[in-house]
Structure formats: C-alpha cells, structure tokens
Design a protein. Structure first.
Length: 207
C-alpha cells in the first residue's frame, strides 16, 4: 500500500479478496467484494472490508478506505468551527441550502489560507501543546485577520495624509457626560455612534 495511516512510505499488508452475496431481510441479495487484511508486523488487528463495486481491485478498496479519514476530519472541523449540524432551522429546504454553503465556506477558507500562508509560516504559539502544522483554527484566524485589515484600511490609501474628523460630522454626535454615573447619556451616545451612517462619515473625511 502506497498510502497508509501514519506511513509516508509504502506499507506491506497481507490481503485476500473474493466476491459474495450480501443478504439483508426484506431485500434482494446483492453481490459484494470482500477484502480481508492482515498486518504482518502485528501492530493492527485483522480487518474485513466490503464494497458493492465488485470490479474494484482490493488495493483500490483499501486506498479508498484510508482516504475516508480526510472526509471525516472535514466533517469534524466544519461542525466544530462553522456550525454544521447545529444550524438553528428545522426546514428541510433551509438545511439543504445552509449545509452545502458551510461546506463550501470551509473549502474557501482552506484555499484562501493556503494562498496567504507559505510553508514557512509559524503556527500560533498560544496553544498549550506544541504545534507542528497549521490547523483549521489557524486558517480561519488568518482569513479573519485579512478581512479585518481589508475592512479597516480600505478607505485609507497609502501615502495619504491623515484627516481629522470634520467638525460638521462630529458636531452632530452627543457628547457623553464626564460623570460615570450619567448612564443614560452614555447609553444614548453609544446608540447614536452605532447608527451613524459610516458612508456619510467617510465622504465627509474625504472631502
């Protein structure tokens, strides 16, 4: 086997295979190909595998089984970080839309992170364990940082003088009271700040 768990080099396995009929109550029998695998080193217990495609070669069946681990990891990562299977909707149509969108988002983040992060990039050192490779959280963090930086500095071209907030804009903002006990004034000021149209603010600064 050219690809096996944790082996960068070829792995020698003892394999035997043949075809049989799979019986299931209430269903017609179906031909399957079974594969028995044994590790000559004795590190793993013998295993049996089945495929409904009897034309497949036994080594191809084993290679497909090993590759399934990448699919399982994808499902685990999308569920842990993107909310797959935990969406707050109960409509079948909504689930059919959101689940493929989240899986597509996972692929998009992975491709974007691979494009931004070179092989010499250093993983975050905040983890309690020693990280040797970049993880999904590192990829999400890199993409999130790129989005934040792009959103913050998209209105600030390089080599441009800084502009103070125009008085025509700032004069309309209510000033919070210097007293920390004036909660109503502070709350009103924060609300006005949150609803101030930023497009108007940027246009005024550019002018």
């Amino acid at each position: 086997m050219s690809a096996w768990y944790g082996h960068k080099q070829a792995k020698t396995l003892e394999i035997t295979s043949d075809t049989a009929l799979w019986y299931r109550p209430g269903m017609p029998p179906r031909p399957v190909r079974w594969v028995l695998v044994r590790d000559p080193e004795g590190k793993r217990a013998p295993r049996a595998f089945f495929s409904t495609d009897i034309a497949l070669d036994p080594t191809d069946i084993m290679a497909l089984f090993v590759r399934r681990w990448q699919v399982e990891v994808t499902f685990a990562e999308t569920r842990a970080h993107l909310g797959v299977e935990t969406q707050r909707q109960w409509s079948d149509k909504a689930i059919e839309r959101t689940t493929p969108a989240l899986l597509g988002l996972y692929s998009f983040v992975s491709l974007w992170a691979c494009d931004r992060l070179s092989t010499a990039s250093t993983p975050y050192a905040a983890a309690w364990y020693r990280k040797t490779n970049l993880t999904s959280t590192d990829a999400i963090g890199a993409v999130r940082l790129a989005l934040w930086v792009g959103d913050i500095y998209r209105h600030s071209p390089p080599n441009r003088e800084q502009h103070k907030i125009p008085q025509t804009v700032s004069s309309g903002w209510p000033r919070p009271s210097a007293s920390p006990h004036n909660v109503q004034s502070r709350a009103e000021w924060m609300f006005r700040m949150s609803v101030t149209p930023w497009a108007e603010f940027v246009v005024a600064c550019a002018g």
